[in-house]
Design a protein around this ligand. Structure first.
Ligand code: ARG
Length: 458
């Protein structure tokens, strides 16, 4: 059993299992570089304020830098018997420098220290995650451009609804990702306050320069209230929410991919790199990657619920419950970032079957709205036009026809005399798409404009 630096007034020690139960090193060791960074800035400030001697601060800084390097190049390993990452760094410093190492914790508590380390880490990781989102957006926009004219049925209620293009569908996905991006950026701007110098909960009696610490650690400002600084985990909840929403988006995209890759749809051909076979059925090509991304959504939403539940009953200051925050959020970040990469690779390597998609536009009467619109353009009130179009769809079905265009002009005119020869060219899937030029619509020029706007926003 490891004796902590701050065993304090206790004489008896927990047994090994109990010590391990309350320790967090296994999880928070990934904060080590952030902890060292914070400690270096804190130490420099202590010297500047005359709280520790300047020459000792220099020695401390050199050693902290050395520890950071040794950890990076593998010369030094994290001691997993330490209680947490903060005690590991301080113990290592003290082991090397003796009393000098014992000076670094002046004016600081692990409560503000962990609040700082966690924020520093999350700012970094969020930046990386935003990079992953942007990379995916960019691949999707390339594909959207490539398939901007590729006709496919658009579905509502998973029933063929109106003809669209694949470029339009992919652009819709990118809109969702663009909001994810802005949510992450937004959360980071709100958490951009430095908690260090808050101490255990009430600030410090030592003359700390919190403005300096905040500036040197790249924060907008020091946090306003010391107690709130150690109690707050809103930033973790916000980021877990953003991660869950992003993962749910991926999950829904994957559901599209899984449907499209089925023999029934046949719209999408996944590259062999992104499918797996079956151990028994020789013919199988399973979209396992897409299914797994969809399946991992349970983690992202579970982590969010875990965080909210953990916070619910905690008196407003630091309590050890808060230590549970990191495992949940780390898992959310790890999950979303690997899923973003997998999804990107899967889409980049796959190809779409234009012919299948276009053929699928025929047969579901997805031109029925356009037949109604045609009559509206000729002056018929929409509700009447809707009824005429519905009757014509029924006529087609009775006659075994697969689209309105298969009827003769005479047959159409039995339902409305407003029909003329030009109706046939107005009802092809291509014409239905081209007609929808409204802002946000599916017409190719409009989708190209949407793509340009999204590229601008990346
Ligand atoms: N390992 C702790 C955590 O992650 C650090 C803060 C401990 N503070 C304390 N008063 N026990 O929350």
């Amino acid at each position: 059993m490891k004796e902590t630096l701050w065993s304090g007034r206790t004489v008896e020690k927990p047994n090994e299992e109990a010590f391990a139960f309350q320790a967090s090193i296994r999880i928070d060791k990934r904060l080590v570089q952030d902890d060292i960074r914070g400690t270096r800035v804190h130490t420099a400030m202590l010297a500047q304020q005359g709280i520790i001697p300047k020459d000792i601060a220099v020695v401390l800084d050199t050693e902290l830098l050395r520890i950071a390097e040794e950890l990076t190049n593998g010369e030094l390993a994290i001691d997993e018997r330490a209680e947490d990452v903060h005690s590991f760094v301080e113990t290592e410093l003290t082991r090397r420098l003796g009393d000098a190492g014992r000076m670094v914790h002046a004016g600081r508590s692990r409560n503000d220290q962990v609040a700082l380390d966690f924020r520093l880490y999350l700012k970094r990781r969020t930046d990386e995650l935003c990079g992953e989102i942007k990379a995916l957006m960019s691949i999707l926009l390339d594909k959207a451009e490539e398939y901007v004219d590729a006709l496919m049925p658009g579905y509502t209620h998973l029933q063929r609804a109106q003809p669209i293009t694949l470029g339009f569908h992919l652009t819709a996905w990118v809109c969702a990702l663009e909001r994810d991006l802005s949510r992450f950026r937004d959360a980071v701007s709100r958490m951009d306050e430095c908690p260090l110098g808050s101490g255990a909960l009430a600030g410090s009696g030592l003359p700390l320069d919190r403005e300096k610490i905040a500036a040197n650690l790249g924060f907008r400002a020091p946090s306003l209230n010391a107690m709130d600084s150690v109690a707050d985990r809103d930033f973790a909840v916000e980021l877990a929410t953003d991660a869950a929403i992003c993962q749910i988006h991926l999950s829904r995209f994957c559901e599209d991919v899984i449907l499209w890759a089925s023999v029934e749809f046949g719209f999408l051909c996944l590259s062999e790199k992104w499918i797996t076979g079956s151990s028994i059925m020789p013919q199988k090509k399973n979209p396992d990657f897409a299914e797994l991304i969809r399946g991992k959504t349970g983690r992202a939403t579970g982590n969010l619920v875990a965080l909210l539940t953990m916070l619910k009953g905690i008196p407003y200051a630091y309590d050890k419950d808060l230590q549970e925050d990191k495992e949940a959020l780390f898992d959310s970040f790890d999950t979303v970032s690997v899923c973003l990469r997998m999804f990107r690779g899967m889409i980049a390597d796959s190809s779409f079957n234009r012919e299948r998609m276009e053929t699928a536009c025929i047969g579901g009467f997805s031109e029925a709205t356009d037949a109604a619109d045609y009559l509206v353009r000729k002056g018929l009130p929409f509700r009447k036009a809707h009824e005429v179009s519905a009757l014509i769809v029924r006529d087609c079905i009775d006659a075994g026809q697969s689209c309105i265009g298969e009827r003769t002009l005479e047959e159409l005119r039995e339902r409305s005399l407003l029909f003329e020869e030009d109706v046939f060219s107005a009802l092809t899937p291509r014409a239905c798409v081209s007609a929808r030029k409204t802002l946000g619509g599916v017409a190719s020029a409009e989708v190209r404009r949407q793509i340009a706007v999204l590229r601008e926003r990346i």
